[in-house]
Design a binder for this molecule. Structure first.
Ligand code: B12
Ligand code: SF4
Length: 496
């Protein structure tokens, strides 16, 4: 019985930006008696079902965006015989059980891996990575987010209690990746800043100080992690996702800078207070206060990838230009402009499902099961808007992308780096980001998608060289920081 792990994707580029972490985590969770899993990432090459023999197990990782392709992979694998089981939740502990049941020929129809404790997360098996295919490694440091944004599934699936992985395990994975030549690492978290100053102040006011002590411990661990990252080779660069509240926490931002966390996706979502209220994100700022917060990241040397949503009920036709202007002058280095999508399990999805009911589409699949509709036949906008047509929203979004990623606008923004070489690299990366996004987001006609995919394939190969470095097979794990309390600097340096 061999184990195959397949990451489904409709488009294969031969080179990919980020390592799909779940493949290597599940490989680590596969008991040794089943041998080394055969890993297929379809963002590199399509899956070949002829590789599957009767009795093999094929594990497929599915989320909303790749579900249709995932089900196609499942069907082609099942043509070689066999049963079918669905696994939800964290896979780390339940996967060995699934495999054992398959081995004995009687798997259950479904398994729930639940939410396991952070200490039980498996470290990824980076020794199985193919050579020269990816630009960035990915290491998760925390799972779950205490917020409750209406469009987001993370707090529903991963929970609101931040589950922070032990610092030494995170650092060991980063070291394993740098040994292989990865110097860019995505800290694949939803919210790298799970304890805010406001959370601490609220806990301080409580008579029972237990909560305060818990939050302080979590915060201390963050600083400890950053102090350890700081000791890694100077050429390393980290990127994460964070809420904009971190802008008020200068000690935290300074620690990020020292740890070389040079970039962060910040969910700006809307530039107006009404828009933020609509998505339950009142902790964000709007207008000029928003500009100031985004600039605070830049002042500490943290590049922001601002994420904006269009199609909120409070949006008007003026929102597109207002957002494009704000994005350009707030100092964000990159931006993404997504159209409001009701992901299953979210507050928005429940509301939308109630609103539209079981409306059939021309494909015969209810709109509320849109992930089962072929991408070319899916509408771009799902949620009916009070004042704008779907096409107005789509065109407005497209224009903002085109404007933000025009050569002139990119060149103006490229002053965020110093040398001419760095500015040219910034230009290349901006164009690559734009091309790759056109395939997953807003492009509607297949000719544009195909052209964009061809360009992205070419750009990806060229861009990869900008990200990798010479391997450092002898790099040692940095030693634990003697005192990782905020504001302290460390003189310890690892010799590689
Ligand atoms: C990194 C990331 C990306 C990267 C992915 C790069 C890569 N190669 O991995 C990029 C930036 C490209 C990306 C893009 C998108 N992403 Co994303 N992404 C993430 C993020 C932050 C981390 C993923 C990760 O590595 N997690 C760590 C691994 C270990 O966890 P995991 O994947 O959940 O796997 C565990 C379990 O789920 C389970 N499991 C997973 N697969 C399998 C398979 C088997 C067989 C078994 C048994 C178990 C199992 O076991 C694993 C170990 O416990 C997640 C959020 C999150 N917390 O996971 C969002 C997330 C997955 N992304 C999301 C979204 C919406 C998107 C986009 C649609 C965004 C957009 N608007 O374009 C695109 C979709 C791209 C596409 N076409 O597929 C949503 C998905 C929501 C949903 N309902 O599906 C998430 C949950 C974030 C969110 N805020 O809601 N993303
Ligand atoms: S802050 Fe980010 S991760 Fe947390 S619930 Fe909101 S969108 Fe999701």
């Amino acid at each position: 019985m061999r184990v195959h792990l397949v990451n489904p994707s409709d488009l294969s580029f031969g080179t990919a930006v980020i390592t799909p972490r779940w493949l290597y985590v599940l490989a680590a969770a596969t008991p040794a008696r089943f041998g080394t899993p055969i890993i297929v990432d379809e963002t590199l090459e399509p899956f070949d079902p002829n590789q599957v023999d009767p009795g093999d197990v094929v594990g497929i990782g599915i989320h909303t965006a790749n579900a249709l392709r995932g089900y196609a992979v499942a069907r082609s694998a099942r043509e070689h015989g066999g049963v079918h089981a669905v696994v939800s939740g964290d896979g780390d502990l339940v996967w060995p059980q699934v495999l054992a049941d398959c081995e004995s020929g009687a798997p259950d129809a479904s398994y729930d891996g639940g939410r396991i404790e952070a200490a039980a997360f498996s470290s990824a098996r980076w020794d199985l990575l193919p050579d020269n295919r990816y630009m960035w490694g990915s290491v998760q440091t925390v799972r779950g987010c205490p917020k409750h944004c209406s469009f987001c599934s993370v707090w529903r699936t991963d929970g609101q209690k931040p589950r922070q992985r032990p610092v030494s395990e995170v650092v060991s994975e980063v070291v394993a990746l740098r040994r292989k030549g990865f110097r860019f690492i995505l800290l694949a978290d939803d919210n790298f800043y799970p304890v805010t100053q406001a959370d601490l102040a609220a806990a301080e006011r409580r008579a029972d100080k237990l909560r305060l002590r818990e939050l302080e411990a979590l915060r201390r661990e963050r600083f400890e992690l950053m102090a350890r990252l700081e000791q890694l080779p100077d050429d390393m660069v980290f990127f994460t996702q964070i809420t904009m509240e971190a802008a008020e926490d200068r000690a935290f931002l300074a620690a990020m800078r020292r740890a070389r966390i040079r970039g962060a996706l910040v969910g700006v979502e809307s530039v107006t207070a009404e828009g933020l209220k609509a998505v339950h994100k009142n902790f964000n700022d709007a207008g000029e206060a928003l500009v100031a917060r985004l600039q605070a990241f830049r002042a500490e040397g943290v590049h922001v990838l601002g994420s904006f949503i269009f199609g909120l009920p409070t949006d008007t036709v003026d929102t597109f230009d207002a957002t494009a202007d704000l994005a350009q002058r707030s100092g964000v280095s990159f931006a993404q402009f997504v159209m409001l999508t009701p992901f299953p399990g979210t507050v928005d999805f429940t509301r939308w499902e109630r609103q539209v009911g079981n409306t059939d589409t021309t494909t015969g699949t209810p709109l509320t099961r849109y992930w089962l509709i072929p991408p070319s036949q899916r509408p771009n906008v799902y949620t009916p808007h009070p004042t704008m047509s779907a096409d107005t929203i789509r065109r407005g979004t497209q224009q903002v992308w085109d404007r933000f990623y025009s050569l002139t606008a990119i060149w103006q923004r490229s002053t965020c780096v110093r040398s001419l070489r760095a500015r040219l690299a910034f230009l290349l990366i901006s164009k690559l980001y734009r091309q790759m996004y056109a395939n997953t987001g807003i492009a509607t006609d297949s000719a544009r998608v195909a052209k964009s995919a061809r360009r992205a394939r070419w750009l990806a190969k060229a861009a990869r060289r900008l990200f990798v470095a010479a391997p450092m097979p002898d790099l040692a794990d940095p030693s634990p920081a003697p005192d990782a309390s905020e504001g302290r600097r460390f003189a310890v340096r690892v010799v590689s």
